[in-house]
Design a binder for this molecule. Structure first.
Ligand SMILES: [Zn+2]
Length: 330
């Protein structure tokens, strides 16, 4: 199988094209682009301006999505200690949070001195969503290039819960720890809208019963598609320095420890190995290839490190555990 000479994208990746030297269109486009730094500072300044307008008005400034993984841990620290915001951390527990991550969540929130809530929706709802995501071709090509179908559904559910909570508590910002490979800087500071909320709700509702008619479960139903208070999403790792070694060093200082049970591409989620497996079987490419090739282009990791991460064998015991819990074994 042909693989790009400078990143890790393969010919199975739907929108990858290769030139005569065996380099992909994404690597060629990246070289032609302006340097990331120019773009990045523009978004950092935009966020700082918004902070000066919205912060300090209520009990909390930012509701931070906190999975306990390395990037969201580092992001929590940025909000608290770099941007000096009043932070409420929220963990969405989809039933597959690594026990190591649970330990990290406790340790880190305590070390940072932030309030924290764990939100755990009805597992039957979550299970139905994951099972449907694994079974059906449901998402657009652009979406499945960037994430496994299970992750996409999980993210929609998590984002809806974040919006609902931020609106209820009148928190102006919602923070995410997307890496620069996961989400572009252009979306790093963005206000939610009724249109976005409706699209996510409809997408999940179709997954759980095949039509959009089913009543939206309470956990996905915010108080205000129509209310004036639309929280602003921000993922600061797109415009702040992203150096994995420095991140691991910093969060180790907060007591964070690397889980021993997650796959190569996650530091909090036991579902991820199964989600990757399903995606590769259905589409022929690794759901993390887009992110990893982006991190290679950004100089965050080497091509050899990226290839190793994409080919490291999954933990079969964890995959069996996940399938059993989802009711997918006989
Ligand atoms: Zn490439």
């Amino acid at each position: 199988m042909r693989t790009c000479k400078t990143c890790t994208l393969t010919e199975k990746f739907p929108s990858a094209r290769f030139n005569a030297e065996g380099r992909c269109n994404y690597c060629l486009a990246h070289e032609a682009e302006d340097r990331r730094d120019d773009n990045a500072s523009e978004y950092r300044i935009k966020f700082e301006k918004l902070i000066s307008i919205h912060a300090g008005k209520g009990q909390y400034d930012v509701l931070a999505a906190f999975s306990g993984g390395k990037d969201s841990t580092y992001t929590l620290d940025l909000f608290r200690n770099h941007f000096r915001l009043k932070v409420l951390a929220l963990t969405f527990d989809h039933g597959f949070v690594s026990p190591y991550a649970v330990g990290n969540i406790r340790t880190v929130t305590e070390a940072l001195g932030v309030d924290h809530i764990m939100f755990r929706p009805d597992f039957h709802l979550v299970r139905d969503i994951f099972r449907a995501s694994a079974a059906r071709h449901f998402y657009a090509k652009k979406a499945i290039e960037r994430s496994s179908t299970i992750c996409l559904s999980c993210m929609n559910l998590a984002r809806l819960i974040m919006i609902k909570t931020a609106q209820e508590k009148k928190i102006p910002f919602i923070g995410f720890g997307w890496s620069p490979g996961q989400a572009p800087v252009q979306s790093s500071v963005m206000k939610n809208s009724p249109y976005i909320i409706n699209a996510m709700q409809r997408s999940l509702a179709r997954l759980i019963d095949g039509s959009s008619a089913r009543e939206i479960p309470a956990c996905m139903n915010g108080p205000g598609q129509n209310s004036g208070s639309m929280p602003i999403n921000v993922h600061p790792l797109a415009f702040m320095e992203y150096d994995e070694r420095k991140i691991y060093d910093r969060i180790a200082g907060l007591g964070w420890q690397k889980p021993a049970d997650t796959d190569a591409n996650s530091t909090n989620c036991l579902m991820n190995a199964f989600a990757n497996r399903v995606h590769i079987e259905q589409y022929g490419f690794h759901p993390y290839d887009f992110e990893i090739s982006g991190l290679i282009r950004a100089g965050v990791m080497t091509r050899a490190e990226g290839l190793e991460r994409l080919t490291r064998p999954e933990n079969e015991e964890i995959i069996r555990h996940v399938k059993k819990r989802l009711g997918l074994t006989s």
